[in-house]
Write a protein that binds this ligand. Structure first.
Ligand SMILES: Nc1nc2c(ncn2[C@@H]2O[C@H](COP(=O)(O)OP(=O)(O)OP(=O)(O)O)[C@@H](O)[C@H]2O)c(=O)[nH]1
Length: 283
């Protein structure tokens, strides 16, 4: 499967992010808990050098709980402060203030030594498209927040959301571009819906999904659609049959069946699943 995707506009985004990062103490990086590596761009490590870092395993409600733990340990071993969250329901968000204080301990200490007391930590949310940045900001900031408006020295147009006396958030999240040299990464991002669907061949994607399900989550297709065959192409036909996906001439509409299967996966209707697993972490 060959995914063509031109990340040209991301050069501009990167430049903007470089500027924004100068203004902050802390980067809150959202990754998709179903694909925690494929959904990050390692350039953020260079962009965010010398900044405090938090990784949020977002959409953890859709990911396999066994691997949420494994991924938490993986990122912790790399020196990140980590939290699994569900930005949609708000679950896990209460713990963020504590983690922010921990992640910024050195900065707070440094300020204190210089006699600067109670200067709020300034944070920025970053992540690839569709990872949940806006949902996170809205849930976390809630209604209680106040926009503080432009401040002197701050890039024109930037607004800060004052969350409490010790934390301010840049209200525009930084968009990271996914890594694309590896087609496997592209396929995983396509599966979770982080790449524009229009550039994808949906039946090919559905076949990839079926291969993954057969390998890592057998029985799912049986439980959801009553399918027992194991040939990928036959399975797609069976999904069409089970869900009455028929084209005009009466034959099965495999594109419709593909969409249905992919949507069921993306919405968690096939169960909680993780698409990639941490390699043994070297400490
Ligand atoms: N199940 C689940 N869905 C989530 C979660 N967080 C966000 N979503 C959904 O994911 C989709 C994308 O969320 P957004 O907040 O628009 O993502 P974004 O990163 O701001 O996207 P861009 O604006 O494209 O960069 C929406 O349909 C959200 O409802 C979560 O933790 N769990």
């Amino acid at each position: 499967m060959n995914i063509q995707w031109y990340p040209g506009h991301m050069t501009k985004a990167k430049r903007a992010m470089k500027e924004d990062i100068k203004l902050i103490d802390l980067i809150i990086e959202l990754v998709d808990a179903r694909v925690p590596l494929s959904s990050r761009n390692p350039d953020i490590d260079d962009l965010g050098v010398n900044k405090a870092r938090i990784v949020l395993l977002n959409k953890s409600d859709l990911a396999d709980e066994r691997f949420n733990k494994a991924w938490t340990e993986y990122f912790e071993a790399q020196g990140f402060h980590v939290l699994k969250v569900n930005s949609k329901s708000g679950s896990g968000l209460k713990q963020i203030n504590g983690i922010v204080q921990e992640a910024c301990k050195e900065k707070i200490e440094r300020d204190r030594r210089r006699g600067i007391l109670n200067r709020p930590v300034r944070a920025m949310v970053v992540g690839i498209p569709n990872v949940g940045k806006s949902t996170f900001i809205n849930s976390f900031a809630g209604k209680a927040c106040t926009k503080t408006g432009n401040k002197p020295g701050v890039t024109k147009g930037n607004q800060w959301i004052r969350l409490n006396k010790s934390l301010e958030l840049l209200d525009t999240p930084g968009i990271l571009w996914p890594r694309f040299e590896d087609q496997k990464v592209g396929v995983k991002l396509a599966m979770i819906g982080s790449i524009n669907d229009q550039i994808l061949n949906k039946d090919e994607l559905a076949i990839e999904l079926i291969r993954f399900l057969n390998r890592d989550y057998p029985n799912v297709l049986l439980n959801r659609y009553g399918i027992e065959v194991d040939n990928e192409f036959k399975i797609l036909e069976e999904v069409a049959k089970a869900r009455s996906c028929l084209a005009k001439g009466g034959e099965f509409d495999l594109i419709k069946a593909s969409n249905l299967l992919i949507d069921d996966f993306r919405n968690g209707k096939l169960g909680r699943m993780t698409l990639e697993f941490p390699k043994k972490t070297e400490k």
